[in-house]
Design a protein around this ligand. Structure first.
Ligand code: CU
Length: 509
């Protein structure tokens, strides 16, 4: 099996020129390298990078059964990668947070977890608001409840630091999409956005309520895709929905994955169905599209297709602005056809090209996830509940940019004399590097589930070289460009090698 895979990989990654000695020599700087398979206490269906660099995961119990009313897991990477670096904790809030939404609150650093299942009544939307505090490792039920039960909703941080929840169903697949978004304020709780009540945006046909994909643009507008629907959400006052046309490509629906890789530019790739187990026998799309929102209305243009068919892949923005796509299955949530997509691919928006990476050890099916870590590696985990895999495991990818040939490259490093941030301010950085620093970037801490990272965001920063080994880095101008919250700060050298990141916080004004 392994040999077969490698032969396939060679065919994909070798230059077209005839057989040569180099053909057997694939460098890690081309295809990256996976670390060992790591045991995980549960299936990492939901994953959040916390401000102290720990990783919160939840979604199943420790036997791999669907549901998160019993247990959740905290991994502390500073303690290694074995089970001793994990703390498996009892969920004492009586909320089944499985299939809820998750992101980090800018002001408190708590993970906000909204909705989920009603325990014992699978697929019925939960009204609860829970928070996870990394300093106590504790999940707490807030006294604020949403007005609507939501199963499969999406949270998005607004420029004000408030958080909008969109979509979710309150009766699972029986279809009862929640048509009214709500806004969460940490001091005053939830308020309904009645003016944005919309069947077009959140209704039942094509499962429009299913984890809408949503992003704040640099001009402050909020853009969403749910099912085929594309629309702007006016989140001021009572709110409103402005439809801007349906997405019509084959790379559509809940089984696709989407990421805003630079301001106003979204890559949507893979997929093709509106739910798991739909369209059995139909291969997931290889196709990709760029949705450009820098004009008044979106334009959708085809991008180069991936090498593999994928339903339920996960897209992760990397420190250099390229997009990693991991996992997925060729057929929807099953293992048939040409099988699971063990091979991740990286999309380079500058060259419009995909590169196939080294294969992962396990299939990352429906209910898998991936998260960029502060050391610029990516952890890929989960898949299952329901099967066909039960992945109580994870694996960490060292992307190609960490290598020089097949050896680890020397990396830039830095310290921050003063890590306090503010929009428009400059930040002093003391760095060490074998090569000149060429780029400085911010990537927002991830909060991912069901093929969509609800809070990832990429910002390229301008900087000037100061005396000696210092840089003066200009922070983003405002909270549209960098929505309030926590960001990984990367320095990238002239060979494209990123530093490890410290985490900066941007508070709402
Ligand atoms: Cu699910």
């Amino acid at each position: 099996m392994f040999m077969k895979r490698m032969t396939f990989l060679l065919a994909l990654t070798s230059p077209a020129s005839g057989f040569s000695q180099e053909r057997t020599q694939i460098l890690k700087s081309q295809i990256g390298a996976w670390g060992p398979v790591l045991p995980w206490n549960l299936i990492g269906i939901h994953a959040v990078l916390m401000p102290d660099k720990k990783v919160l995961t939840f979604g199943s119990n420790s036997r791999g059964d669907q549901g998160a009313d019993m247990e959740y897991d905290v991994w502390d990477p500073s303690l290694g990668t074995g089970l001793e670096s994990h703390t498996l904790l009892p969920n004492q809030t009586r909320t089944d947070i499985f299939c809820g939404a998750q992101l980090l609150l800018a002001d408190s650093g708590l993970a906000l977890i909204s909705g989920g299942d009603i325990p014992g009544a699978v697929q019925q939307g939960n009204f609860d608001t829970n928070t996870f505090d990394t300093s106590t490792n504790r999940l707490t039920k807030s006294s604020y409840q949403m007005a609507y039960g939501r199963w499969y909703p999406t949270l998005t941080t607004l420029p004000t630091g408030e958080v909008i929840v969109q979509g979710g169903s309150n009766n699972g697949f029986a279809g009862s999409g929640v048509l009214t978004p709500e806004i969460f304020n940490t001091k005053t709780g939830w308020r309904s956005l009645f003016g944005a009540y919309s069947d077009y945006a959140y209704g039942n046909d094509f499962n429009r309520w299913w984890y809408p994909r949503s992003w704040v643009l640099n001009d402050g507008r909020l853009f969403s895709i749910s099912g085929p629907a594309m629309y702007f959400v006016d989140y001021k006052d009572h709110g409103a929905i402005y439809p801007v046309g349906d997405f019509t490509g084959p790379n559509k629906g809940a089984t696709s994955t989407a990421v805003m890789f630079e301001p106003g530019r979204i890559l949507q790739v893979g997929g093709g169905e509106w739910a798991n187990f739909e369209g059995q026998g139909m291969a997931g799309a290889k196709e990709a599209s760029i949705i450009d929102l820098n004009g008044l209305f979106p334009t959708v243009t085809p991008a180069a297709p991936m090498h593999f068919h994928r339903h339920w892949a996960t897209s992760t923005i990397l420190p250099d602005g390229q997009i990693l796509v991991t996992g997925g299955t060729a057929l929807n949530a099953t293992m048939g056809g040409d099988g699971p997509s063990y091979w991740p691919e990286i999309y380079n928006p500058k060259t419009n090209a995909w590169t196939v990476l080294a294969p992962e050890a396990h299939v990352r099916t429906y209910h898998s996830s991936a998260l960029l870590l502060p050391d610029a590696t990516v952890i890929s985990m989960g898949g299952g509940a329901p099967g066909p895999a039960t992945n109580l495991n994870a694996q960490i990818l060292n992307p190609p940019y960490l290598f020089n040939g097949s050896d680890l490259a020397s990396r830039p490093s830095y310290t921050l004399p003063d890590s306090s941030t503010g929009y428009g301010r400059s930040l002093a950085v003391n760095y060490q590097s074998d090569r000149p620093i060429e780029r400085v970037t911010l990537v927002k801490t991830g909060a991912v589930t069901h093929s969509f990272n609800q809070d990832q965001r990429f910002v390229e920063l301008s900087f000037t070289q100061g005396w000696g080994n210092t840089l003066s880095v200009t922070m983003p101008e405002n909270s549209n460009i960098a929505t309030p919250g926590f960001y990984l700060l990367f320095l990238i050298d002239s060979a494209g090698v990123p530093s490890k990141a410290e985490i900066l916080r941007f508070l709402p004004l």
